[in-house]
Design a protein around this ligand. Structure first.
Ligand code: PLP
Length: 377
């Protein structure tokens, strides 16, 4: 990526941090399996355990609570399938959860209920309280922050309700980690999913954090790696880089918070043009903005921004590269705006200028489209 281009799509994936790249390359120089007992194996083991301590520190847990997996999707699956194997009878899933959670819950074979959100995308706690009175111990899945809107969920409040009902609270913190401070114990979650590539580490590595109430059940069989919780030779270099990225992200939290005024300035500019900012009244990640300009399709917006050298995302980008209407925006009761949602997300290397450039490009495209529509009318 050249510096001339503006990358504001960190919620899709963050550029790798220099510390993570260096750790990755260093680890590749240790040609060993951490399960080997010889000197090189022991060195690889040290790399993995050092990284485990760093990832644990990011969310305030002892290192032993961290199980390395291949990403956020697998971390969510390990939690959901562990709850099912532990005898939980049903799953309650927040209406704006990521597909990694929604689809895994559906595939579990357990009954799945959707927990509604309000107009700002915040999960409705009284609904949960009432639903938890129904028979059957429940696994409750509530993300810490939404990937499209950045809306932060009332996880600690939900945890109190889930504990009182003897349930299991799984928190997908893939988007929140490295963007806001996280204290796993204070949140009261039982399990929490993390992914390296959202905070400046490489793709293909993640972690599941588990508290003392949760028992993890292996999903794949083979070696006894990760204390029998996740068979398969560890991705040593990826894990090393995850640790370095977690360290750097912890250090950079204050700088991340400084993006909120840049985000708000962009919100102000697009609102003045008639766009609607989604989740605006909720607590949100400091570096995520989701807005919709009616009649300006998400895909067309992304293409127009791209032509101006600005990379952002449709409200909902799916893996095929095709854009579908945002399920998150629909859940917020704004189906009318779902096809027009745009997500702008900054991160560790973003500057105020990036956000200004994005606003300039979006407004220019919006005006062009408006002028064309007026010509046709
Ligand atoms: N959960 C959320 C909220 C996400 O945004 C993503 C990725 O977009 C995932 C889970 C999946 O993470 P990974 O790409 O590491 O599998």
């Amino acid at each position: 990526m050249t510096r001339a281009s503006t990358y504001l799509d960190y919620n899709a994936t963050a550029p790798i941090r220099p510390e993570a790249r260096a750790a990755l390359l260093r680890a590749l120089e240790v040609p060993a399996n951490p399960s080997s007992v010889h000197a090189a194996g022991r060195a690889a083991r040290d790399v993995v355990e050092g990284a485990r301590a760093r990832v644990a520190a990011l969310v305030g847990v002892p290192a032993g609570s961290v199980t390395f997996v291949c990403g956020g999707t697998e971390a969510n699956a390990l939690a959901i399938e562990s709850a099912r194997a532990s005898g939980f009878a049903r799953i309650i899933v927040g209406a704006t959860e990521h597909d990694a959670v929604v689809e895994t819950a559906k595939a579990s074979g357990l009954p799945v209920e959707t927990w509604p959100v309000d107009a700002n995308g915040v999960a409705h706690l009284p609904w949960l309280e009432a639903d938890l009175k129904a028979p059957g111990r429940a696994l409750v899945c509530l993300m810490l922050a939404n990937n499209e809107t950045g809306v932060i969920q009332p996880v600690a409040e939900a945890a109190a309700l889930v504990r009182a009902a003897d349930g299991w609270l799984h928190v997908d913190a893939v988007q929140a980690a490295g963007k806001i401070a996280i204290d796993f114990s204070a949140l009261g979650a039982d399990t929490m999913a993390l992914s390296a590539h959202k905070l400046g580490g490489p793709q293909g590595v993640g972690a599941l954090v588990a508290g003392t109430r949760a028992t993890l059940h292996r999903r794949q069989h083979g070696g006894g790696q990760e204390r029998g919780r996740r068979a398969g030779t560890e991705n040593v270099a990826g894990i090393a880089a995850f640790g370095a990225a977690a360290d750097a992200a912890s250090r950079d939290l204050a700088a991340m918070a400084e993006q909120a005024p840049w985000r708000d300035a962009l919100a102000e500019r697009v609102r003045a043009e008639g766009a609607v900012v989604l989740g605006e009244a909720a607590h949100r990640l400091p570096q995520t903005l989701c807005f919709a300009g009616e009649g300006f399709g998400s895909e067309i917006q992304v293409m127009n921004l791209d032509l101006a050298g600005v990379m952002a995302s449709a409200g909902s980008a799916c893996s095929s590269g095709k854009v579908k209407a945002s399920r998150v925006v629909e859940a917020m009761g704004r189906s009318d705006l779902a096809p027009f949602a745009l997500r702008v997300s900054g991160g560790w290397a973003s500057t105020e200028d990036d956000w200004i450039k994005c606003g300039d490009a979006w407004i220019a495209a919006w005006k062009r489209i408006g002028a064309r529509r007026r010509e046709v009318a």
